[in-house]
Design a protein. Structure first.
Length: 75
């Protein structure tokens, strides 16, 4: 299984928010943001911070898919 964050990127577009703005609002590091950009796993603590900052649920920002390496549509 692989994780993808395409839902998060779409949500940010809908909210007219840049990734760096979300990073600051959620209080996550640039490293976490970079890992998400590569569709890598992040901690549940980071997921929680993002969901709190954006007032959303986990299934609004990420999903699990079959496959070992999944390219993001946004890349």
């Amino acid at each position: 299984m692989a994780v993808i964050y395409d839902k998060l990127w779409k949500l940010l577009q809908e909210k007219n928010m840049k990734r760096i703005e979300m990073q600051r609002k959620a209080g996550i590091s640039g490293n976490i943001l970079a890992r998400m950009g590569r569709n890598e796993y992040i901690s549940m603590e980071s997921v929680e911070k993002i969901c709190c900052a954006l007032h959303c649920r986990t299934d609004d920002i990420l999903e699990f898919v079959n496959g070992d390496s999944v390219e993001s549509e946004d890349q």
